[in-house]
Design a protein around this ligand. Structure first.
Ligand code: UD1
Length: 428
C-alpha cells in the first residue's frame, strides 16, 4: 500500500477508513474542464503558449498526447503547461485518444477554423449513456463546414468558415466551445444563441481575446464573435476548478468539520451553495476562497441539475451521497445526462436507501453507511464514493480508482491533509 502517492502503475484502489471531522486548508487546481479546452484553442495560433494552473491529471496528459501527435510540443512543469504550436499541424484525432477522452472532440472547431480540415474519430457513448455530437456538427455546418463519415471517422472540410447566426437547441458546453473556437477565425460576425454560460466558457473567451480574438458576451446566453485574420500565442491562468471545490465542500458536509478552500469562487457555484446551505452547511468568504463548516446531521433537500447557473450535473453524485445519510427524504432530478445514476448501485452496496428511476432518484437518509468494496464508474462518482467512505463504518475499497485520477490532481493527498483516513492501494 502506498499512502498519499499514486502507485507507479496507476491507482487501482482507494482505501477509505471512517474518518472524524475534517480541518485545515486545501487549495483547488485550475479547472480540468477549462484547461482541456484552452489546450485545444492553442491550435488556433502558432507559437509558444504558457498556461498556468493546469492540473496534473490523466485527462490533461491525454489531451497533451493528442496535441503531440498533431505536431505540437507539449511540456508540463508543476502547474505550468507549455505548448509549442507549429505553423502546420496534422489535423487528426485518432480512435485511441477520442475513445479514452471524449472531450478531445473540441479540437474540431479550432482545426476547421485554422486549417479548414479535420479528421476525428467519432466518439462513442460512455458511462453517462449516449452522448451525441450532432449540435457540434450542425453548428459547424451552418458556418460552412461539410462532414462525411467513414470507417468510424468524421472528416470535416471548409475553404473558409463564414460568420452567421447559430441557434443551439440546447446550451451544450462542448458545442458552444467548438463553435466559439471555430468562429474566431471565421469571416465576418458570428452570433451564437442559447449557448452554455459556464465559467469555463467565459475563461475560454478571455483566452481567445488575449490571443487577439473579438469575442463578446461569453458567460451570457448570446456570444458574438467578430472574425479576425489571425491570432497569436499567449500566457494565461486557468479559472479555478469549481467541481473540485464542491468535492471538498461535500467531504466536509459528510464528515463534519471546518475547512478553508483556497481558490473556490462562490460566484461560480451560487445555486450549489444555496442547496448546501439548505442542507445545513455554513459558508463564509475568505480572502481567496471560502470556509465551509458542517456540524451535525444534514437535512434532506430536493435538487435538479441544470445547465449553468443551475446546479451542475457534475455535483450530482456528491449531492446524492450527502443525502444518503441526511435527515429525511430528498429527490434528485438529473436533467443533463440520462445515464448518470449508475453509481447508485455502489452506494446501495454501502447500505444507502436510494431508488432511482429514469431521471429521478429518491434518497431516504439512513443513520449510517457501511464500508464495502465498490467500483468507481467515472470521475465524479468515484470522488463521491470516497466521500461516502469517510462516514462508513469500517473500510471502503474503491476499485477502478484511475477514474478519480482523470479529474483530480491529488484528491487522496488533499483529504489526508485534512485529517481523513484515505490512501491509494495497489492490488493484492
Ligand atoms: C461538459 C463537461 C462535463 C459536464 C457537462 C455538462 C467537459 C470536458 N465536460 O461535457 O463535465 O458534465 O459539460 O455541464 O467540459 N448533447 C447532445 N448533442 C450534442 C451535444 C450534447 O444531445 O451535440 C447533449 C448531451 O448528450 C447531454 C447534454 O447535451 O445530454 C449536455 O452535454 P454538454 O453540455 O455538451 O456536455 P459536454 O460538453 O459533453
Amino acid at each position: 500500500m502506498v499512502n498519499g502517492t499514486i502507485p507507479v502503475d496507476g491507482p487501482t484502489y482507494i482505501r477509505v477508513g471512517q474518518s472524524g471531522a475534517l480541518s485545515g486548508t486545501v487549495r483547488v487546481s485550475g479547472a480540468k474542464n477549462s484547461a482541456l479546452k484552452l489546450m485545444a484553442a492553442a491550435l488556433l495560433a502558432p507559437g509558444e503558449f504558457t498556461i498556468r494552473g493546469v492540473p496534473h491529471i490523466a485527462d490533461v496528459r491525454w489531451m497533451g498526447e493528442l496535441l503531440e501527435q498533431m505536431g505540437v510540443g507539449v511540456s508540463q512543469e508543476g502547474g505550468v503547461l507549455t505548448l509549442d504550436v507549429p505553423e502546420i499541424v496534422r489535423p487528426e484525432a485518432p480512435y485511441e485518444l477520442v475513445e479514452r477522452m471524449r472531450a478531445s472532440i473540441v479540437v474540431l472547431g479550432p482545426l476547421l477554423g485554422r486549417f479548414g480540415a479535420a479528421r476525428i474519430s467519432v466518439p462513442g457513448g460512455d458511462d453517462f449513456g449516449h452522448r451525441p455530437i450532432d449540435m457540434h456538427l450542425r453548428g459547424l455546418e451552418e458556418l460552412g463546414a461539410t462532414f462525411t463519415t467513414s470507417h468510424g471517422y468524421i472528416e470535416g472540410r471548409v475553404d473558409h468558415l463564414e460568420g452567421t447566426t447559430v441557434l443551439l437547441p440546447y446550451p451544450s458546453v462542448g458545442a458552444t466551445e467548438n463553435l466559439l473556437m471555430a468562429a474566431v477565425l471565421a469571416r465576418g460576425t458570428t452570433v451564437l444563441e442559447n449557448v452554455a454560460r459556464e465559467p469555463e466558457i467565459a475563461d475560454l473567451a478571455v483566452f481567445l481575446n488575449a490571443m487577439g480574438g473579438q469575442v463578446r458576451g461569453a458567460g451570457t446566453s448570446t456570444i458574438t464573435i467578430d472574425g479576425v485574420e489571425g491570432l497569436e500565442a499567449v500566457e494565461h491562468t486557468v479559472v479555478p476548478d469549481r467541481i473540485e471545490a464542491a468535492t471538498y465542500m461535500a467531504a466536509v458536509g459528510m464528515a463534519g468539520g471546518e475547512v478553508e478552500i483556497v481558490g473556490a469562487r462562490p460566484e461560480h457555484m451560487e445555486m450549489l451553495l444555496v442547496k448546501l446551505r439548505e442542507m445545513g452547511l455554513d459558508f463564509s468568504p475568505t480572502v481567496d476562497g471560502l470556509t465551509v463548516k458542517a456540524v451535525g446531521r444534514r437535512r434532506s433537500v430536493d435538487v435538479a441539475t441544470l445547465p449553468y447557473p443551475g446546479v451542475a450535473t457534475d455535483y450530482q453524485p456528491l449531492i446524492v451521497t450527502l443525502l444518503a445519510t441526511a435527515d429525511g427524504v430528498g429527490i434528485v432530478t438529473e436533467n443533463v445526462f440520462g445515464g448518470r445514476f449508475r453509481y447508485i448501485d455502489e452506494l446501495l452496496r454501502m447500505g444507502a436507501d436510494i431508488r432511482a428511476e429514469g431521471h429521478h432518484a429518491v434518497i431516504r437518509g439512513v443513520d449510517s453507511l457501511s464500508g464495502a468494496q465498490v467500483r468507481a464508474p467515472d470521475i465524479r462518482a468515484g470522488a463521491a464514493l470516497v466521500i461516502a467512505g469517510l462516514v462508513a463504518d469500517g473500510e471502503t475499497l474503491i476499485g477502478d480508482a484511475h477514474h478519480v485520477e482523470r479529474g483530480y490532481q491529488d484528491l487522496v493527498g488533499n483529504l489526508v491533509s485534512l485529517g481523513a483516513e484515505v490512501s491509494y492501494s495497489s492490488p493484492g
